[in-house]
Design a protein around this ligand. Structure first.
Ligand SMILES: [Zn+2]
Length: 250
């Protein structure tokens, strides 16, 4: 049973994650707060286990997809495990996780004002990858967004992201209706739908920031999005963080 730092994992994981495996293991443990099994907090230095569920599916065009879900537990609660199962291809099995934030872009020079930017952090769980001809695993969400004009972000820092993000292609846009229904479409697909309430001060502030006509989308795999925080560090280190400014249509 391989152990990386204090985290034990199933050796078969390496055949899926290759040389990224130790890093995948430590970041999974670092971003987990509670034991999946007993629900108690995970404390520094405790002996932990990583369990990974992989679901393999083949789409009608023959593309092979692999979805990864991981669970961190105390080692005394559960030994590490790897399960691989085959399932019918069902894109709806993915759950979007998103958080809206307002960022401030520094003034470009003396005398010019700083800019308020409406941003949306977005990911899908579990992480969906597809196997390419060479056997390498590629993130589905990242590939789709790169195709539509997003760029990879190498740094998780907001000031770098604000400065580097390109304008995405016309095929990706956000629509905001008069009643506050926010929709992001990428190509033919709807990626995100949320009903905002303009009487809620946080929602109203975000809608106001978006009314300048563009929204910064920060998306990809391995973004940690909870009620209280957004962590882009892991996504940036794995090269699965993509960014772009999408036009807003009203
Ligand atoms: Zn436990």
């Amino acid at each position: 049973m391989p152990v990386t730092d204090n985290v034990a994992w199933d050796g078969r994981l390496e055949s899926f994650k290759g040389r990224d495996t130790p890093y995948y293991v430590t970041t999974a443990a670092a971003t987990a707060a509670q034991c999946t099994f007993c629900g108690r907090p995970l404390r520094p230095g405790q002996l932990l286990s990583l369990s990974v569920d992989i679901t393999e599916s083949t789409a009608s065009d023959g593309t092979e997809y692999l979805a990864f879900s991981n669970y961190v537990s105390h080692r005394k609660c559960k030994e590490p495990e790897l399960t691989v199962r085959r399932a019918a291809w069902r894109p709806t099995a993915l759950t979007p996780l998103a958080a809206r934030v307002i960022l401030t872009q520094e003034a470009s020079g003396p005398g010019s004002p700083e800019t308020i930017v409406a941003a949306l952090a977005y990911t899908l769980v579990p992480v969906l990858t597809c196997r390419e001809a060479g056997g390498e695993l590629t993130s589905v969400l990242v590939s789709v967004l790169l195709f539509h004009g997003f760029e990879l972000a190498m740094s998780p820092g907001y000031s770098r992201i604000l400065a580097q993000a390109p304008e995405v292609e016309e095929s990706c846009a956000m629509t905001i209706t008069g009643t506050g229904l926010v929709t992001i479409t990428v190509g033919e697909e709807t990626f995100y739908v949320e009903q905002l309430n303009s009487k809620n001060p946080d929602d109203a502030e975000w809608l106001d920031a978006a009314s300048n006509g563009s929204v910064l989308i920060i998306a990809g795999d391995n973004l940690v999005i909870t009620d209280t925080r957004i962590d882009l560090e892991t996504a940036a280190r794995f090269g699965t963080l993509v960014i772009g400014y999408a036009p807003v249509r009203f």
